[in-house]
Design a protein around this ligand. Sequence first.
Ligand code: ASP
Length: 336
Amino acid sequence: MKKILVIYTGGTIGMVKDSVTGSLMPFDLEQISEVVPPLKKLDCNISTFKFEHIIDSSNMKPEFWSQLVGVIEKNYNDYDGFVVLHGTDTMSYTASALSFMIENLSKPIILTGSQLPLDAIRTDGRENIISAIEIAANNEVELPEVCVFFDNKLFRANRTTKINAEYFEAFYSGNYPSLAKVGINITYKSHLVLAMPQGRMKAYKNLCDDVVIVKIHPALKLQYLEAMLDTEGLQAVILETYGSGNAPTEKWFIDLIKHTINKGIIVYNVTQCKAGSVVMGHYQTSQQLMDIGVLSGYDITTEAALAKLMFLLGNYEDKALIRELLTTNLRGEITK
Ligand code: ASP
């Protein structure tokens, strides 16, 4: 029987209503099979781990990611798969971070959560937990990936974005198809899953948080942008551009970005669009960015771009190598 470790970090999924006060409070994770009885019927052994301080994922921090990686590393050889229960708000950030922080992953790590608390009548949490565990314990396909399972779909973690605060279809992967769909049966698309790695699993716990995200918009002003980019210690800027990587061609803007790059700061171009890719040089408005040394993020999500930069800057010294790796597909996060 496969052994699955369910790790609870917080978020709506682990909340139940206190029968006396009516307020939402975390349920006792060890009682998970009592709260979700069908879990008892699954053909696997489920163990649980709960963080001492569980959080609403809006309070997620890089230190928490390092702790989470530590828990997985410590238990790696004892389990066949991991399911991480997490708030939906920052799930794509955490999922992306895990994908980079764990190299040569050979087992599934599946993040899931819910839009409604687990004891709500129409909760989506029950289905999400059951299917996530069933997939993590499956004997049909190997899943050496960090994934997000939500609303009947299994996605590659670093391709996801939260797109809906109301409906159950909360996550979207605009540039990569789902890896599995759950209906009457679970249909796996094994040809889309990452290949089994050759080397041993390696966990990285260092992250660099000297990164900012700048969203381009029509009212962008020199003084605000300058204040951000001139901040002491800044190492990288994620430039969320229009469409296929376009930004204003005004001199002040180009000069400021050029000045930033000349100081050794990395500028990484990702699109604001939820699908499609940065194609530097496609329009004159991105050609200039390319000419001054802005790097293309291709079809990477903003969440994965942030995680990738934090991981690379936290673990590599050589800036030329970091620049090269940023434009290389490391964990299935970009299509090249
Ligand atoms: N604010 C909650 C969280 O992200 C929302 C959720 O879990 O869906 O932790």
